[in-house]
Design a protein around this ligand. Structure first.
Ligand SMILES: Cc1cc2nc3c(=O)[nH]c(=O)nc-3n(C[C@H](O)[C@H](O)[C@H](O)COP(=O)(O)OP(=O)(O)OC[C@H]3O[C@@H](n4cnc5c(N)ncnc54)[C@H](O)[C@@H]3O)c2cc1C
Length: 307
């Protein structure tokens, strides 16, 4: 059994030697946009894909592992995450290269970093992605989208590594992306993505980026501790309308509250625990179900254990 009560030396002795870094008992609050969450028993930053492959091939069979990206869609529970949390933040995962109407990005590239590349090279088609917080790997897993486009629409292929440490290139259909979801195997980790791009003028690209930024500033909480939309929109309905109609727009539990600007966003006002945020979300689900008979589904990914 792996658990947070394992002594650091015990788990350290079980981990294969790697070229990247292991860190122990690392608070994940600083790695999530909500700013809450307990520690990762081990946080592993592989040096490159081969190092990650070596780790997966040589780790103990029953050692739990999971992957986090930019933490902008995550609610890590207060008891933290047992086992090894992988984060692809070393240089090898942050490379960008241009092809013939394509761009290939490492999983650790921040979506916002694409702005400069697009403007400098007059590449269009990915403007929507630039305005979404997080990194490429997490945005593929969640099939992130806005302004009428999602990642699924622009991917050509992906490089992935499976739980056995085998690296392969797969076409977009194998990722089985749908509305804010993906159904590829749980043990797949995205290493890099090749997107299809179009030629466009820097002027057009800049205009789209500015319009999208202005829309977000006007309609969504800005500079706040949040993970974006909390619930998926049920087919043909808007989660925020259901929340409002069910009298949940002013709800607050502990340090967690519903955003005044957009009631599908939950906010950590400063002193929230993950339990406050999760309880607030569950309370909203219950009230919306009682009032409308619709059951909202979490869009935010919840990970880890309660304290
Ligand atoms: C202010 C704000 C606005 C937002 N607006 C939008 C929006 O308009 N549209 C939208 O879709 N989302 C939005 N989001 C949510 C979030 O930004 C996106 O879901 C984002 O793409 C998540 O990326 P991330 O790197 O932060 O992933 P994380 O939050 O770190 O992880 C999300 C999921 O991806 C998995 N994952 C991470 N990396 C990998 C990898 N390499 N391989 C496999 N799985 C991986 C994690 O295990 C987890 O299940 C918003 C969030 C905030 C805070």
């Amino acid at each position: 059994m792996f658990g947070l009560n394992l002594f650091k030396s015990n788990i350290a002795d079980l981990l294969p030697a790697v070229r990247g870094k292991y860190a122990y008992d690392v608070s994940l609050a600083k790695y999530t946009w909500f700013g809450v969450g307990g520690p990762a028993e081990v946080l592993f930053s592989p040096k490159d894909a081969e190092d990650l492959s070596h780790f997966l091939k040589n780790k103990p069979h029953n050692l739990p592992t999971c992957i986090i990206g930019g933490g902008s869609n995550l609610l890590v529970r207060d008891g933290g995450i047992p086992g090894v949390v992988i984060k692809l933040d070393s240089t090898a995962f942050r490379k960008i290269s241009l092809g013939d109407n394509t761009i290939t990005c490492g999983a650790g590239v921040k979506n916002a970093e694409l702005k400069k590349v697009m403007l400098d090279n007059q590449i269009g088609g990915l403007e929507f992605l630039c305005s979404i917080p997080g990194v490429i790997g997490g945005s593929v897993k969640t099939n992130a989208g806005c302004f009428g486009s999602s990642v699924k629409d622009v991917i050509k292929e992906a490089q992935i590594i499976n739980g056995l440490g085998d690296i392969k290139t797969v076409p977009v259909d194998d990722l089985m992306l749908s509305y804010r979801s993906s159904f590829f195997p749980d043990d797949w980790i995205i290493l890099s993505i090749t997107f299809r791009t179009t030629k466009d003028s820097a002027e057009n690209i800049k205009k789209k980026l500015e319009e999208q930024k202005a829309y977000r500033m006007k309609n969504q909480p800005y500079n706040q501790k949040t993970a974006g939309s909390t619930f998926k929109n049920p087919e043909g309905l808007k989660a925020w309308e259901l929340i409002k109609r069910s009298g949940c727009a002013d709800l607050q539990i502990g340090g967690a509250k519903v955003s005044e600007k957009h009631c599908n966003f939950l906010i950590n006002t400063g002193k929230a625990t993950a339990a406050d945020i999760e309880t607030l979300g569950e309370t909203i689900i219950k009230k919306v179900r009682e009032k409308t008979s619709v059951t909202l589904e979490w869009e935010v990914k919840r990970m880890g254990i309660n304290k």
